[in-house]
Design a protein around this ligand. Structure first.
Ligand code: HEM
Length: 512
């Protein structure tokens, strides 16, 4: 009798649970439909390519390559056009400077639909924060990117670059092309670890440093795969998959490392002797700056905030420069004449010195123009997203209501033929001061613009110049025509088949 009653109430309970799940699912579906309707209505004034009711533009993008497809749409709709990723996620994809200015000169929040994927790893650091807390953090962290703080990093970056270039000497002797992307990634992560924690992969105590290094590299790849796999978008489903569990394990390694380094540094700051040691070091690292940061009322960053900001730097600061350096070297291989001119300029600036100092960087004007031209054609961050906090009106009178989603397609903007004549041609003179003055200030956006621009851009430009100058001094770069890179927009701009180049060593004494 009792068993029968129990099984009856259990089956009733399961019916109730099923009913509840269906009701919640139904409500969620209705919410998504209403949102779709809102987004579609907001964008109906903007013509665009035909869209599939279920897949939106996702299939077309997958079949023909996201970047080429979007560039062809940019030629057809040179201001903006709707872009649907599946049935419920619709953006106005903008690619014209006045349109970009209307949105990016304001401080609208990031589009949570996409940036929330980052939370498990980098927490609520500068990249994803909004409102007064973002403003407070941005103010506290800005001094960390001051010229004087960045100055000593030139030596740190050179050291990591030389380690990579030494390795390339051996590879160059094999007289075969090889994929430079991996080595560049290893080098930028090593130098960023040194600038953030004071120690790179080699110095952190063998297993701890290298497992962190591996975890960060793993996380970047897993995150890219998650974003491009529709089935992984729901958190609940994702954490149940082997992919999701691997992501969680890598997050744990990264967080444990960051927490431990913070704990150790805090403990060291309590100890007078250690404190003196830190002060007598040749430079402060980002962690020192973060630990010392306080607002006018003396309020410091909490431990969770510290971890989020360190993890954000590690995420934002190495994949981006890896992409920038690799595509730059590809552009040099593709354009030997510009490669030669850059090398000559570096030799002229350094004279008989064999190391780079921060003051040299400002004198490398041709190299800087070539870096900017490679950022134009191959922007390391190809697309960024916002959600409007208030309505926006564009220059042609069209407008969008609050809540609309915006995608700034940096890759598309930089190849918009209405903005850049002969957009596919590599021409560094586009960045001569006369030509820059004549151009719209929102035409070139590798670091985004406005209040939410890249806080690390000066660091990134220094790193780009140091690494590329040293590389050009030691090697000549040439294409492997059988393995040309295919750009793909992951979180950063990568190449589907790696970045295979031939390297010819310029002989002893060419760089060091
Ligand atoms: C070539 C290298 C780099 C490029 C092209 C680049 C590009 C960008 C872009 C486009 C944004 C805006 C992102 C968005 O709106 O979603 C951004 C934001 C950011 N970047 Fe960079 N970045 C680079 C290097 C770095 C480095 C080296 C660091 C730090 C060490 C860094 C730290 C950040 C942070 C913290 C933000 C968020 C800023 C905020 O919202 O206040 N970036 N970056």
């Amino acid at each position: 009798m009792v068993t029968a009653l129990l099984s009856l109430s259990l089956s009733r309970l399961s019916l109730w649970a099923l009913g509840l799940i269906l009701a919640v699912g139904f409500l969620k579906f209705i919410r998504l439909l209403l949102r779709r309707q809102m987004l579609a209505r907001a964008m109906d004034k903007f013509p665009g390519p035909p869209t599939h009711w279920l897949f939106g533009h996702a299939l077309e993008i997958q079949q023909t390559g996201a970047l080429d497809k979007v560039v062809s749409w940019v030629h057809q709709f040179p201001y903006a056009h709707p872009l649907w990723l599946g049935p419920f996620l619709g953006f106005l994809n903008i690619c014209e400077p006045e349109y970009v200015k209307a949105v990016y000169s304001r401080g609208d929040p990031k589009a949570a639909d996409l940036y929330d994927f980052f939370l498990q790893w980098i927490g609520r650091g500068l990249l994803v924060l909004d409102g007064p807390k973002w403003f407070q953090h941005r103010k506290l962290l800005t001094p960390g990117f001051h010229y004087d703080v960045l100055k000593p990093y030139v030596a740190v970056i050179s050291e990591s670059a030389h380690a990579m270039l030494d390795k390339w000497e051996e590879k160059a002797r094999e007289d075969k092309s090889f994929d430079i992307f991996r080595d560049v990634g290893h080098m930028t992560l090593d130098s960023l670890m040194k600038c953030t924690f004071g120690k790179g992969n080699s110095g952190l105590g063998h297993s701890r440093g290298s497992s962190y290094h591996l975890a960060i590299r793993d996380l970047s790849v897993l995150m890219q795969e998650r974003l491009s796999t529709f089935q992984y978008h729901n958190d609940f489903i994702y954490w149940l998959t082997p992919h999701g569990r691997r992501f969680l394990r890598a997050c744990q390694v990264a967080h444990d490392h960051t927490d431990q380094v913070i704990r150790e540094r805090k403990a060291a700051l309590q100890d007078k002797k250690e404190q003196e040691k830190i002060q007598s070091r040749r430079h402060l690292d980002f962690l020192d700056i973060l630990l010392g940061a306080q607002d006018k009322d003396g309020v410091k960053l909490s431990d969770a905030d510290l971890r989020a900001e360190v993890d954000t730097f590690m995420f934002e600061g190495h994949d981006t420069t890896t992409s920038g350096i690799s595509w730059f070297l590809y552009c040099m291989a593709l354009n030997p004449e510009h490669q030669r001119r850059c090398r000559e300029e570096v030799l002229e600036v350094l004279g008989d010195r064999n190391s780079i100092q921060v003051d040299d960087l400002g004198k490398m004007t041709y190299l800087t123009m070539c870096i900017k031209e490679s950022f134009r054609l191959y922007p390391p961050v190809p697309q960024v997203y916002r959600q409007l906090s208030k309505p926006v009106s564009f220059v042609d009178g069209r407008s969008l209501p609050a809540g609309s989603l915006i995608s700034l397609h940096i890759y598309g903007l930089h190849r918009n033929s209405a903005v850049w004549p002969d957009p596919e041609v590599f021409d560094p003179l586009r960045f001569s001061s006369e030509n820059v003055c004549r151009r719209h200030p929102f035409a070139f956006m590798p670091f985004s613009a406005g209040p939410r621009n890249c806080i690390g851009q000066q660091f990134a430009m220094n790193e780009m110049k140091v690494v590329t100058a040293l590389s050009l001094l030691r090697f000549e770069f040439a294409l492997d025509p059988s393995k040309l890179p295919i750009p793909v927009p992951h979180l950063t701009l990568r190449s589907e088949n790696g970045m295979h180049l031939y390297l010819k060593s310029l002989g002893p004494g060419s760089g060091k």
